[in-house]
Design a protein around this ligand. Structure first.
Ligand code: C2E
Ligand code: MG
Ligand code: MG
Length: 402
């Protein structure tokens, strides 16, 4: 009796792991705020004889047989091992996202697998991202919420893959501690030619930003899609236009060469200028370093007076000021900025809370956001991006800024 092809495939796949036939390819995601590589998605490949099998040819077998659980654990471990190796070669900031299957999520002791891999390879948790799908999360929402919070507690990032194709339950978007939505490639494909699809993409991006989520568009294949996504303020793109999934060595070459998204040098909205005001040179230097890759033109001033002088000379969209400075406090400074440069979005970054005057400034509308020192780099970068978005939106309809 001959063995059915699917059984043959299953038995070959069960040996593939032990034989070292599985491999990860890496597809770069590009950050549209600075045009640079933001990280990569790890995509599974199976080197079988002389051919390279794609997930569509074997993932369904892995899922049906349960092999996806050990394979998924291998993917997470390998991604962490590569992150470690790349950090040792000087690529400390890169991130890797891995796909997690429903079985792995519900039965695979995912938390222990992730925690084990992070510790074994000494990887910063925030550099690992788990791509989950909507349908797997809807299966048992209560248990899912608990597990997602536990994963989040480890420090890894969580994203919703193929967003818009599953249940897209908005209530769960608030309840689950998700960081990122990945817009499914089917929307991206039709976005430039179909008005309804364009509206859906615009709405997903706006919704995500309101919920303080990052948005990645998948399957970006041409300049028209890129241009439109850029206009809509999408945070990252992934697709053949920027890079195909690559073997590790080629992905590292792309990182080393500092590949940038086409057209990034001349953003449509012109230059985004950020003014930093702080009397401590060390703070100004570390803010500058932290924002280096964001593509802003950054001006610095060590006093409120110098800040006002720069505002008179330059076209500044966002200003971040320390609260406690000799001469003039941050809240006084920003109150003046509000009157003199109402289009400029104003943020206070304060160490010790001089609450009374800060509250005053917030209540009279001089301050858009109040952030505390020491700051979380990523959170601060997000707040600043948001401030530029708010500024662009308000000036385009000629409303006074918040
Ligand atoms: P996905 O997670 O949505 O991954 C994106 C897929 O889109 C990848 O296909 C990628 O090669 C493809 N892609 C990227 N850019 C473009 C583009 O511009 N145009 C088009 N037409 N396609 C593009 P791939 O590598 O064949 O993977 C297919 C799916 O298999 C993945 O979809 C994911 O669901 C699954 N998969 C891949 N690796 C793993 C894994 O390690 N574990 C699990 N559980 N699933 C995986
Ligand atoms: Mg994915
Ligand atoms: Mg996807």
């Amino acid at each position: 009796m001959s063995v059915p092809p699917s059984q043959e495939l299953e038995s070959a796949l069960s040996q593939a792991l032990a034989r070292g036939e599985l491999e990860l390819f890496f597809q770069a995601k590009a950050d549209l705020h600075n045009g640079r590589v933001a990280g990569a998605e790890a995509l599974l490949r199976w080197r079988r004889g002389g051919t390279l099998a794609q997930p569509a040819e074997f993932i369904h077998v892995a899922e049906r047989s349960g092999l996806i659980v050990p394979i998924g654990a291998w993917v997470i471990d390998t991604a962490c091992a590569r992150l470690r190796a790349w950090a040792d070669q000087g690529f400390e900031e890169t991130r890797v996202a891995v796909n997690v299957s429903a079985q792995q999520f519900h039965a695979g002791d995912l938390e222990a697998v992730v925690a084990g891999a992070l510790t074994r390879h000494g990887v910063k948790p925030a550099s690992l991202e788990l791509e989950l799908t909507e349908s797997m999360l809807m299966h048992d929402p209560d248990a899912t919420t608990v597990l997602l919070h536990r994963l989040k507690h480890l420090g890894v990032k969580l994203s919703l893959d193929d967003f818009g194709t599953g249940y897209s339950c908005f209530a769960y978007l608030c309840r689950f501690p998700i960081d990122t939505l990945k817009i499914d490639q089917s929307f991206v494909r039709d976005m430039v030619t179909q008005a309804n699809t364009a509206s859906i993409v615009a709405a997903i991006i706006a919704l995500a930003h309101k919920l303080r989520l990052h948005v990645v568009a998948e399957g970006v294949e041409n300049e028209a899609q890129l241009g439109y996504l850029r206009k809509l303020g999408c945070d990252e793109i992934q697709g053949y236009l920027f890079s195909r999934p690559l073997p590790e060595a080629d992905y590292l070459a792309l990182l080393a060469q500092g590949k940038a998204v086409p057209g990034q040098a001349a953003p449509e909205n012109g230059t985004r200028t950020l003014l930093l005001v702080d009397d401590e040179p060390g703070i100004l230097a570390s803010l500058r370093r932290m924002l280096r890759k964001e593509g802003y033109r950054i001006l610095t001033a060590d006093s409120a007076a110098e800040g006002l002088a720069l505002l008179a000379l330059e076209d500044v969209q966002v200003v971040i000021s320390d609260q406690r400075m000799p001469g003039m406090s941050g809240s006084e400074f920003l109150t003046r900025v509000k009157d003199m440069h109402p289009d400029c979005v104003r943020i206070i970054l304060s160490g010790q809370a001089d609450m009374a005057s800060v509250l005053d400034a917030i209540n009279n509308g001089a301050v858009y956001k109040f952030l505390t020192k020491p700051w979380d780099d990523e959170q601060l970068r997000d707040r600043i991006r948001e401030a530029f978005r708010v500024q662009a939106a308000l000036t385009s309809v000629n409303l006074p800024p918040p």
